[in-house]
Write a new protein. Structure first.
Length: 841
């Protein structure tokens, strides 16, 4: 987990063990809102389902009742038509020809006719009977009339008391007719017939006989089939064809006579399969084998029959089960009575009823669809709520997460700075931010108090003297080279090289920075060589110009030049049989280098103005504080001379690479300083020693010597303190504590208020780093007030208590931090704010 991840840091603070980890705001909201939303939606869906189911059930019941009533009315209309036709025929004189003509006219008008049309006379006349079937009409012969089963004469007792205009309706019976014609002379037909009888009157008002019609019940059945189909006169909308819906007719005794079939098969036999599939009962009765009568325990059915007999319209719900009994369904059964006016003066009588069975289970289907829709709505609502929760928590916690990130940043950086949040962080984050800032201010104050106390304690410790001692010589080189003070790998290598160089009589090149002890190394080589008793001549080539250096090295004879009034032997002749040390050899001009090359190669010199060359026996030791190879590449030093001088090379290490020797060197120079200043018992404080060890020593050992001697001379007491060394060190807590007063962690800055109209001209004030020293703070505030500063002005601001080198170092540190910018060169150098930098374009 990355340390910069605020979420990870917050999560990692969870307490392990039995205590559960804290949940995020989005998780808490989800656990509360999503179940609540699901419950609310489920409750709403359940309420809607109950209400919609009730309305759908009511609508289904109304449609079913309307269908049953409409179908019953259509059946009544058809039977009423047959009745009127019979009464109309009874008004005419009855004869075979008139009856045949009537049948033809009826077929021409309605396109159909009755199956049986006959006359039963009161006297001995022959019966007249016409039978029509499949477009063929025949008149039965007297002997054929007797073969009709059941014979209409059997109903004479039921019709003999009929008055004019009255009609008697026979029960539904299966009737068998002889139907001999040219194509089938012995044919017989069997049809389910219902007969209507009415009396016929003569002119005197006497009943002459009874006219009757035999109606094929399939024609009545086809009325039910028509109204159950899409061809219905009252068809309004399509229904699912795969769902069972049918209408059946039952008589006044409760026998189911027939049910609706497909309108495309009008000649199909009568059937009661639909009713028999859902109810138990008796199948068949005399003269009607397909009739069905439910058992007496079918209470709902018999209640329907009873209510039908009273002329009532209603419905009931029938519970049925699948064939395997796995699922029970509730269906609607709507019924309506079928009435027929048997007398012109009487009210219509109930002759049966029509029941419409709707097994579509619309309520269950609508409920399933409603459930699916509610599931989709709940899923969509949960998705929307989850999205809104995520969006809301993101907007709500963005400020808190930003605050957590900034607090973690403060902890990682270790800088107790005020936390600044964005303007849209929110009220809660701003409130927490203010509290945290107050806590940070308290912590900063406490840290400053602790720091002040630590500085005081450390300052007192740093002012205590430290005990220094010289290391005892541990190796042969230390004994042989006592003038070379120090230990460690570098110093041992230097001493070893000096000893080896002293054992041979060849030229030596000593390389090292200024002040690293090259002169001492050369003297040690001479002292250890076989020439130790001979002269040691030292010449600094950097201090002399070209002519003077040539004269110093090779000498001249009297009169060689205007001021040459006496002879001068020169350094080569003076060092004859001894050692000649040439320091800063890189400063010699090319002319001097050429002369040196000739002298070294031939071991002969010619003084200026002399005609004679003099042989010399000199060991040459040279020293350089620059890289001679670089000078060779630049054409400033002769390569052949370099290899003449570089027989043995000794490296003098800079002091910064062996700081462990600073205490010994400091003690050595302190003893010299006591002798020079006439003082005794001087010591160095712990803080001063730490300052010596922390300094980078660009001037190396020579600079250390001068610093110690100066401090020893200027010290007022017996202990040299860090501030008396005048070293240009950055103010660290340990080194500055002994010399500077405690200062606040965040220094004050100048006011940023500018006069009206000057907003563009005034540079923005940057917050200062907390590790600036008091001199740098004063310098920066001075630049804010005046616009610029120089090192002299900083010395003046400090009351003249700092050196120019210290002032320059402080200002250069501000430049490196990009707090100030340098402009100008030489005496005109000044330092300004970066925003005030002059245009270079």
């Amino acid at each position: 987990m990355r340390p910069s991840d605020p979420k990870g840091r917050l999560h990692s603070t969870a307490v392990s063990g039995s205590k559960a980890a804290p949940r995020k705001l989005s998780t808490r909201l989800s656990l509360i809102l999503i179940p609540a939303s699901i419950l609310i939606l489920a409750a709403s869906g359940l309420s809607t389902y109950i209400a919609s189911s009730e309305f759908i059930n009511t609508a289904t019941e109304r449609v079913s009742r309307a269908h049953a009533t409409t179908t019953a009315h259509a059946l009544e209309t058809r039977m009423e038509g047959y009745r009127r036709e019979l009464l109309l025929a009874a008004q005419m004189p009855v004869s075979a020809s008139s009856m045949l003509r009537h049948l033809a006219e009826h077929r021409a008008v309605d396109g159909d006719t009755v199956t049986e049309f006959g006359f039963i006379p009161n006297h001995a006349e022959e019966h007249i009977v016409f039978v029509a079937h499949q477009g063929v009409t025949i008149e039965l012969k007297p002997e054929e009339v007797k073969e009709v089963r059941p014979n209409p004469v059997l109903f004479y007792g039921d019709v003999k008391n009929l008055k004019p205009g009255e009609v008697w309706l026979s029960p539904f019976k299966e009737v068998e007719y002889p139907f001999a014609h040219d194509d089938a002379p012995h044919a017989r037909i069997s049809l389910t017939i219902i007969r209507m009888f009415t009396p016929c009157m003569d002119a005197a008002g006497e009943v002459t006989g009874y006219l009757y019609m035999g109606i094929d019940v399939r024609k009545l059945r086809n009325v039910l089939s028509l109204y159950d189909s899409t061809k219905s006169p009252v068809y309004a909308f399509p229904r699912n064809p795969s769902v069972t819906r049918y209408t059946f007719f039952y008589d006044a005794e409760g026998w189911v006579i027939f049910q609706s079939e497909s309108p495309d098969t009008p000649e199909a036999p009568l059937s009661t399969l639909g009713v028999r599939a859902v109810q138990k009962g008796t199948l068949g009765r005399p003269g009607l084998p397909n009739a069905f009568k439910p058992l007496d325990d079918e209470t709902q059915y018999w209640n329907m029959v009873t209510e039908t007999g009273r002329g009532e319209r209603s419905l009931f719900h029938l519970d049925t089960a699948d064939k395997d009994g796995s699922e029970r369904r509730r269906h609607v059964v709507a019924f309506s009575p079928v009435r027929l006016r048997l007398s012109s003066s009487d009210t219509p009588q109930v002759v049966g009823g029509v029941a419409f069975v709707d097994r579509s289970a619309l309520v269950e289907s609508a409920g399933n669809r409603h459930l699916h829709i509610m599931l989709v709505i709940i899923a969509a609502a949960v998705a929307c709520i989850t999205f809104l929760i995520a969006l809301t928590t993101r907007l709500t916690t963005r400020g808190l997460m930003d605050l957590a990130s900034r607090v973690s940043h403060v902890r990682e950086e270790g800088r107790w700075e005020e936390i600044r949040l964005r303007n849209d962080a929110g009220y809660e984050a701003s409130l927490l931010g203010d509290s945290i800032n107050a806590m940070i201010a308290t912590i900063r104050k406490q840290l400053e108090e602790i720091r002040t106390k630590d500085i005081r304690i450390e300052s007192a410790a740093l002012k205590e003297p430290v005990a220094l001692s010289m290391d005892e010589p541990g190796q042969d080189e230390d004994v042989i080279c006592p003038e070379i003070i120090g230990s460690g790998p570098l110093m041992h290598a230097l001493k070893r090289d000096i000893v080896k160089a002293g054992q041979v009589d060849v030229d030596v090149l000593i390389e090292g920075e200024t002040g690293t002890g090259k002169q001492l190394a050369a003297e040690a080589v001479h002292r250890l060589s076989r020439r130790a008793g001979k002269p040691f001549i030292s010449i600094n080539c950097g201090e002399l110009d070209e002519n003077l250096l040539l004269d110093t090295l090779f000498g001249h004879v009297k009169g060689a030049f205007t001021d040459g009034k006496t002879d001068r032997r020169g350094a080569f002749l003076e060092a004859d049989d001894g050692t000649l040390f040439l320091d800063e050899i890189q400063s010699a001009s090319l002319k001097v280098q050429q002369a040196l090359l000739r002298a070294i190669a031939m071991r002969k010199v010619r003084p200026l103005g002399s005609d004679k060359e003099m042989e010399v026996n000199v060991r040459l030791i040279t020293a350089s504080n620059l890289d001679l190879k670089t000078l060779i590449d630049q054409g400033k030093f002769r390569e052949d001379l370099y290899y003449r001088l570089k027989v043995i090379t000794i490296q003098a290490p800079p002091l910064r690479e062996h700081l462990q020797n600073v205490p010994q060197l400091a003690l050595h120079f302190l003893k010299e300083a006591e002798h020079m200043a006439g003082r005794t018992s001087l010591s160095i404080s712990r803080g001063a020693l730490e300052a010596l060890l922390a300094y980078h020593w660009p001037g190396n050992i020579r600079e250390l010597k001068h610093v110690i001697i100066t401090a020893a001379v200027m010290a007022e007491g017996k202990v040299i303190q860090a501030e008396q060394l005048n070293l240009d060190l950055p103010d660290t807590p340990r080194l500055a504590s002994a010399a500077a007063e405690p200062r606040p962690a965040q220094p004050p800055v100048a006011s940023t208020v500018t006069p009206p109209g000057a907003e563009q001209a005034a540079p923005a004030v940057r917050p200062l780093p907390p590790d600036l020293n008091r001199r740098q703070i004063a310098a920066y505030e001075h630049v804010l007030r005046t616009g610029e500063i120089t090192s002299r002005e900083l010395i003046r601001l400090m009351g003249g208590d700092i050196s120019k080198r210290t002032a320059s170092y402080d200002i250069q540190d501000l430049v490196s931090r990009n707090l100030l910018f340098r402009v100008g060169r030489g005496p005109n150098t000044r330092y300004v704010l970066p925003e005030s930098e002059p245009d270079k374009g």
